[in-house]
Design a binder for this molecule. Sequence first.
Ligand code: AP5
Length: 221
Amino acid sequence: MGLRIVMLGAPGAGKGTQAKRVADAHSLPHISTGDIFRANLAQGTPLGTKAKEYMDAGTLVPDELTCALVADRLAEADCAPGYILDGFPRSLPQAENLERLLDDRSQRLDVAVNIDVPDPEIVGRLTARRSCPQCGRIYNLTYDPPRREGVCDDDGAALVQRDDDREETIRERLRVYHETTEPIIAFYEERGILKTIPASKMPPDDVFAQIEELLAAVRAG
Ligand code: AP5
């Protein structure tokens, strides 16, 4: 049985860390709208240039642009058995758009996993985040540092810090999250598919174990 999963949570809650692990464990495509925008930026495409304006400001890329991008991605063959969406939807119009898209294909989401971490913890996590531009592995200088300073354990590439991980931008991202994204938690609760993990001070392995437990329950129906 395939799984269609949405990962919810504030910036820095650990969506990307967990989505990557879940995708590997269940052989599902990991679709991160943030990663798609950053890849476009690195390749210098018009989409990347447009998205950069919003990302640097800590605000959301317009819904129309983001929804069209996701619709195209979900139409690709590798998404047929399921997928894990990370960072989408993040507004009510995006959630409604996704629901319509799935309805048109007589499909539905199986579960919306909400990783709940309080704001003060998030600021500390994001200022210490580093990532590998080559393989996408995410590190944290405080909680999960690489073996050798500044270098990816897996492929030896030099680790980078994201432009939007400056404290001022993080605070704006959190403001936008509470105002625009948080309402979709209630949207998925109403649909009976919301599962919240209270993840404050919880190590990544424990968060992953909880996600696996709830996915097993979803699979068992
Ligand atoms: P995006 O890339 O999606 O960023 P985000 O939602 O702000 O989330 P992050 O990637 O910052 O955090 P995360 O929850 O994935 O945490 P991570 O696992 O890295 O979006 C960036 C921008 O793109 C947006 O601001 C917007 O402009 C645009 N955008 C993207 N999608 C959009 C959409 N749908 N609509 C409109 N605009 C969109 O972990 C963070 C750190 O914490 C890491 O260092 C990690 O090692 C560490 N960590 C993880 N888990 C734990 C743990 N359990 N304990 C301690 N540390 C941990």
